[in-house]
Design a binder for this molecule. Sequence first.
Ligand SMILES: *[C@@H]1O[C@H](CO)[C@@H](O)[C@H](O)[C@H]1NC(C)=O
Ligand SMILES: *[C@@H]1O[C@H](CO)[C@@H](O)[C@H](O)[C@H]1NC(C)=O
Ligand SMILES: *[C@@H]1O[C@H](CO)[C@@H](O)[C@H](O)[C@H]1NC(C)=O
Ligand SMILES: *[C@@H]1O[C@H](CO)[C@@H](O)[C@H](O)[C@H]1NC(C)=O
Ligand SMILES: *[C@@H]1O[C@H](CO)[C@@H](O)[C@H](O)[C@H]1NC(C)=O
Ligand SMILES: *[C@@H]1O[C@H](CO)[C@@H](O)[C@H](O)[C@H]1NC(C)=O
Ligand SMILES: *[C@@H]1O[C@H](CO)[C@@H](O)[C@H](O)[C@H]1NC(C)=O
Length: 464
Amino acid sequence: MHFSLPFRFTPTLVVAMAVALAAAVSSQSQQPWSLELEARALLASGWWSAYTNHIPSRCEWLGITCDTAGSITEISLPPGFQLGDDGNFGKFNFSCFPNIVRLRLRASGLKGSIPSEIGTLSKLKHLDLSYNQITGFIPSSLWNLKNLVTLQLSANRLTGPIPATIGRLTSLKSLSLGWNQINGSIPFEIGQLTNLEGLAFSANNLTGSIPPSLSHLVKLKALNLSMNKISGVIPHELSQLTQLQYLVLSSNQISGNIIPEIGSLFNLFVLDLSTNSLIGSIPTDLGNCSKLQLLLLSRNFLTGSIPARIGYLSALTSIDLSHNSLRGKVPSELGSLRNSLEYLDLSHNKLTGTIPPSFNLLHRVRQLNLSYNSLKGHIPTDLQLLFPPDAFVGGNNDLCGDPIGLPSCSLTRSSSKNLDLVKILVPGILLAFLILGTYEPRNLSGGKETEKPCVIHFAMVSNP
Ligand SMILES: *[C@@H]1O[C@H](CO)[C@@H](O)[C@H](O)[C@H]1NC(C)=O
Ligand SMILES: *[C@@H]1O[C@H](CO)[C@@H](O)[C@H](O)[C@H]1NC(C)=O
Ligand SMILES: *[C@@H]1O[C@H](CO)[C@@H](O)[C@H](O)[C@H]1NC(C)=O
Ligand SMILES: *[C@@H]1O[C@H](CO)[C@@H](O)[C@H](O)[C@H]1NC(C)=O
Ligand SMILES: *[C@@H]1O[C@H](CO)[C@@H](O)[C@H](O)[C@H]1NC(C)=O
Ligand SMILES: *[C@@H]1O[C@H](CO)[C@@H](O)[C@H](O)[C@H]1NC(C)=O
Ligand SMILES: *[C@@H]1O[C@H](CO)[C@@H](O)[C@H](O)[C@H]1NC(C)=O
């Protein structure tokens, strides 16, 4: 068939036609039949059935936002709004809502698995389906939604692995898949999500090690991989994440050392590496993390001594180093944290020496635990008054104090431990007698090392 145009083809005309055609195509989804389709699909979902069925006013339904043409761009239900029709995904036809930019159905009682049609929402930027009872795999089509900025699927019953195709979602700023049953290892391709600021995979069944490619996520502020079965070491490359404020790797099977490069994460607020299999000592460079508020390293196999520099991290509110094998003295510098520290647990270690008198200054501390160490001597007076005996006793056989429940520092106790004490106190008394000239000196050598704090304290209490 011969087809002649009634006008001359000019390049300008071609451009004009292309523009007109493009406009026609883009407005197609906003033509009445399409809105009609949207309306029918919305009604068919049954999600609002307990609330309203009045379709003409659908743009005013709870949680729904439309564009000027009347097409739905946003469904953002207030958390706790229970979707009607049993909240099943089944009746919601995703392919009828091509203009949706935001879909927020948090804690809405959603059930069933995510339909693969969700992949047709090509304009979707924000997807939040957290706190529902969603089961099954995350459909592979979801990893094609390249415009996604936030993806929140936490607290569901999602299973299966995180596929390598996650690396396509390069616009993502926030990704949360926590509290599901996702297994397999974290794919190397995670390193392609270079716009990520928040990443939470906590409370899943993830195995394998932390991919060093994570270090490409230079905008990352929060990383939470806690409560998985992640093994291997902390990659040195993590030190490149200098924006990191929140680093939580607790309750995994991570081994090796705490990398000294952690000291270059100078924006850290929270460092939680507790309940892992970390060895070696606490790096002194941790003292560079001057914004640190929470330092949680309990339940590892850490050795060495507590770096005194921790005492200069003046923002620290919580320190938990319990259940390790830390040795040496309790640094008196910790007493410098008197304006910030609220929680201090050093229990179940191998600490020796006395409790530094500077601890008397720690008046903000609400919870203190020094039990199950090898501490000795007199418990600073203020601490005795502020904390129950079980904050000290247990393991620390040579600690003493005055309140009921603490081994007494006074002479009346006749345990073998206190015999040593008596031997030290006696010279003082003898000296007094000597001066008065009423007593003959006796051979008193053989006394063990002095328990000075207790002597001082004894003098204090015995003074009228
Ligand atoms: C969803 O809507 C599309 C477009 O109208 C249609 O082709 C498809 O059959 C619908 N799917 C279901 C499950 O109703
Ligand atoms: C994790 O996997 C183990 C088997 O490897 C399974 O027994 C356990 O139930 C899983 N946990 C979760 C939370 O899915
Ligand atoms: C993940 O869990 C499923 C069962 O839910 C299991 O079949 C699969 O082998 C697991 N994958 C890995 C890598 O552990
Ligand atoms: C990170 O993990 C902890 C468990 O230590 C959890 O309580 C917390 O809610 C998680 N944070 C985020 C942002 O997912
Ligand atoms: C910690 O600070 C000191 C002194 O500024 C510096 O020499 C050292 O390199 C820093 N450590 C790290 C791991 O950044
Ligand atoms: C200190 O820790 C021990 C052992 O974990 C525990 O029995 C005790 O109740 C704790 N005391 C306080 C005051 O927290
Ligand atoms: C004191 O007794 C010790 C043994 O306990 C002995 O070695 C020492 O020679 C005695 N000193 C004097 C001055 O008697």
